[in-house]
Structures are given as structure tokens and as C-alpha cells.
Design a protein around this ligand. Structure first.
Ligand SMILES: NC(=O)N[C@@H](CC(=O)O)C(=O)O
Ligand SMILES: [Zn+2]
Length: 425
């Protein structure tokens, strides 16, 4: 028995919305009909009542915390949080404990995802053993075990030679390098960006160069090795400029940006509240503008959440001592919809593509399409109802968000993964 989704608004390439009826059966999209509602006999029918239907959202940068940090999140709770945010495919970072640097850990994560997860989980493997930057992992073995790329996310690869070796190896087996860009010698334990907030509060700041130096270095190494190089959570004007320039030269670089770096600057930080502490930190309004422009002109390819749950106890340690990171799954689409689409700055199609079709294209994945024969990964989104962000409602274990109380539209109402309803309002 399949599911007919009736009266859904589907946005097409030229940003027009058309009412469609979609039959989902055997895990795939079986039929897409227009006009009068079809006979649904023998199937379940869901009336979308004009809500937006998109391909299931894809998030290529998330932290599920399992194994090792189950007090922050688990694969069970993290995938529920993803589903509630409209995501059907998520790529998890390897900075767990142990880190994902062996075949055994990859298998552990994939098995857990299979038995306890409710959306598709694609693991990354580490570039270096233990993310210590000293010795490369076994790229071939990790690839065979099912990782989709290599990253030491959470920390930058400090040695240029190590990064070059990693890129050369990844290139030789057709795999991407995904980089958390941060030069440790420029950071020295600061919690917030160099900028107005740091100055007002007499804090040492994290300079933009700590990120951009790695971006520049790695672009040159990517050119030398021919690897597909993907830049994590771009946050500075300098990084955007370097990536734009590299793309003009035909270097195989792609990049991602998080909603918070498109919406918040350091000047918005209300006080010493660690729910505003993340890495990279909130930068200046000028950096925010550069990230928006980079996304608009294609320099930055995709949007990711960098969903980084931490416990309330950890965040209560204060700005200086709390770990970096904020949750992201359950606010990402409403934030971007409300801020950029509802105000007429972006088309709906642009936002949907940056969270579906383009992440799939960047990483060569078969999802992110709403067409007959494609996997039935679908998200129904209510563009009308306004609701305030309430962390108490999150399916994530993490409540660490700076967006509490924000009134937003564009809330996911129903999430379908491979033809099964995995979350509904
Ligand atoms: N982004 C963060 O602030 N934190 C991430 C690490 C990371 O993505 O760099 C985490 O693991 O908590
Ligand atoms: Zn990172």
C-alpha cells in the first residue's frame, strides 16, 4: 500500500508553485499528477492542503555524538531531531569518542543508524588518527567501510604536509577532503570573534585569518593534488574571497555555510551566554554580508546546520569554558525561510536547492530530487503558520540555541524517508 500526498505545492525551476499529487510506493516516487485529485482507493491519503512539498532536506555537516558523548545526543535522538527539521539525509562528523578513524567505528555508526536511526546517516571518517594531525588513517579501508569523505572536523589539520598527503591519497581514490579551517597558533583559547563584542567586553578575539589562512593554504594544495576540497562552515569575508578566486581558476573547491553565520553577527551577542558560542564564531556584520553574497553568487555551494548539541550543564560553564557549538536541525529551514524568502530577498527555489539538490550534487549523492523514480524522501512544510522557537519542544537532547523565542514561519510538518513517514507534526 502506497501513500498519496494530495494538493501539495511543488516549486519548480522557475520558482513557480504548482499543485501536485504524488504517489509514493515501494520507497520511490511512483507518480506525480496534476489537476483534479486522483482516486486514492487502496492507498493511504495525506492531504497536504497546499503546503510546500520539497525533496527531503540534506545536511552535510552534523554531530550525532555517538559513540562516546551520548549525554549530548545519540543517533536515535539526533536522527529524530533531523526528521523534525525536515532532513532525510545527514552526514555525521567523526569527532566522537572514539573518533571515527577505524572500520569498526564506521560499522558501529552505520549499524546504530540502521537499527535506531530514522533518517539516512552518512558517516565521514577522520583524516588523521584520533584527529591528532600526526598520522593518516587508512583511507582505503574507511572508504570500503562506507565513509563518504575525510575530515578532522572540530580541529584544523595543522601541518600543510599532512594535508597535502591526505589530499593526494583522497584524490587517488576519488574521495573528497572536508576541512575545518582553523590555524591554532592564531586562536589561543579565545571564545568569540575579534570584533565589537570582544572589544566591549575586554575579551581576546578569534581573528578571521585563523580560518582564511587554512582556506588559502588548502586551495593551493587542492590545486596541486587535484582533490575535491570542501570547506566547512565558511564564516569570513576573506574565505569567501579566496574560494571565489579559486573557483574562477577551475580549482575543485566547494563550500558550505551555516544559518547562524548568515543571520547573526558578533554584535547580536546579548551577553556572556554560551548559547552564542560556536566555532567558527559569529563574525562582523561585514562577514555576514560576504557570506550571503557568496551563497547568492554560487561561491558557497550549500547550506549545512553544523548541528552541535551540548548538555545544559556544559553550556552553563559560561562563555569562556563551555564547549563550542549550537543545535541546528530544528530551526534551519524556518530561520532561512523567514529571514530571506518571506522578505523577498531569495526565491523559495534558491533556498530549497541549497538544502536538497545542491548538497546531493556536490557530494555525488542520488537524493535531493522530486521526480518519478527518485527515492521517496519528501518534506512537507507549512509556510503560513508563525510559531516561536521553543527549545523545550526539540527532539534533540541539545537545547543550546541562540534563537529561543524567535518568531518564524516555514516549519516542517511531515517528513518521509524512503516512502515511510518518519516524523509528523
Ligand atoms: N561547530 C562547533 O562549534 N562545534 C562542533 C565542532 C565543529 O563543527 O567544528 C562540535 O563538535 O561541537
Ligand atoms: Zn568544524
Amino acid at each position: 500500500m502506497g501513500i498519496w500526498i494530495l494538493n501539495a505545492a511543488v516549486v519548480t525551476a522557475d520558482n513557480t508553485q504548482t499543485t501536485k499529487h504524488i504517489l509514493v510506493e515501494g520507497g520511490i516516487i511512483e507518480k506525480i499528477a496534476e489537476g483534479a485529485a486522483p482516486d486514492t482507493a487502496g492507498h493511504t491519503a495525506i492531504d497536504a492542503q497546499g503546503k510546500l512539498l520539497t525533496p527531503g532536506l540534506i545536511d552535510m555537516h552534523v554531530h550525532l555524538r555517538e559513540p562516546g558523548f551520548e549525554h549530548k545526543e545519540t543517533i536515535a535522538t539526533g536522527t529524530r531531531s533531523a526528521a523534525r527539521g525536515g532532513f532525510t539525509t545527514i552526514a555525521c562528523m567523526p569527532n566522537t569518542r572514539p573518533v571515527i578513524d577505524t572500520v569498526e567505528t564506521v560499522k558501529y555508526v552505520l549499524d546504530k543508524a540502521e537499527t535506531e536511526g530514522i533518517v539516512r546517516v552518512l558517516p565521514y571518517g577522520c583524516i588523521t588518527k584520533n584527529e591528532l594531525g600526526r598520522e593518516l588513517t587508512d583511507f582505503d579501508a574507511l572508504k570500503a567501510a562506507g565513509v563518504i569523505g575525510y575530515t578532522d572536523d572540530g580541529v584544523g589539520v595543522q601541518s600543510a604536509q599532512m594535508m597535502k598527503d591526505a589530499m593526494a591519497k583522497a584524490a587517488s581514490i576519488g574521495m573528497p577532503i572536508i576541512a575545518h579551517c582553523e590555524d591554532n597558533t592564531l586562536v589561543e583559547g579565545a571564545a568569540v570573534s575579534e570584533g565589537e563584542f570582544a572589544r566591549k567586553n575586554g575579551l581576546k578575539g578569534i581573528p578571521n585569518e585563523s580560518e582564511a589562512i587554512h582556506v588559502g593554504r588548502d586551495i593551493l594544495l587542492a590545486e596541486a593534488t587535484g582533490v575535491h576540497y570542501h570547506v566547512c562552515h565558511v564564516s569570513t569575508e576573506q574565505s569567501v574571497r579566496l574560494i571565489r578566486h579559486a573557483k574562477q581558476f577551475g580549482i575543485k573547491v566547494t563550500a558550505e555555510v551555516c544559518p547562524h553565520h548568515l543571520i547573526l553577527s558578533d554584535e547580536d551577542i546579548p551577553g556572556m551566554d554560551a548559547n552564542w558560542k560556536m566555532n567558527p564564531p559569529l563574525r562582523t556584520p561585514r562577514d555576514v554580508q560576504a557570506c550571503i553574497e557568496g551563497l547568492l553568487d554560487g561561491t558557497i555551494d550549500i547550506v549545512v546546520t553544523d548541528h552541535a548539541p551540548h548538555s545544559e550543564e556544559e553550556k552553563a560553564r559560561g562563555m569562556a569554558l563551555a564547549p563550542f557549538g549550537i543545535v541546528g536541525f530544528e530551526t534551519a529551514f524556518p530561520l532561512l525561510y523567514t529571514k530571506f524568502v518571506a522578505t523577498g530577498q531569495w526565491t523559495l527555489q534558491f533556498l530549497v536547492d541549497k538544502m536538497t539538490k545542491l548538497p546531493a550534487e556536490v557530494f555525488g549523492l542520488p537524493w535531493g530530487k522530486l521526480e518519478v523514480g527518485a527515492a521517496a524522501d519528501l518534506t512537507l512544510i507549512d509556510l503560513e503558520t508563525e510559531k516561536a522557537v521553543d527549545p523545550a519542544e526539540f527532539a534533540s537532547k541539545g537545547r543550546n540555541t541562540p534563537f529561543t523565542g524567535w518568531k518564524l514561519k516555514g516549519w516542517p510538518a511531515l517528513t518521509i524517508m524512503e516512502g515511510k513517514v518518519v516524523w509528523s507534526e
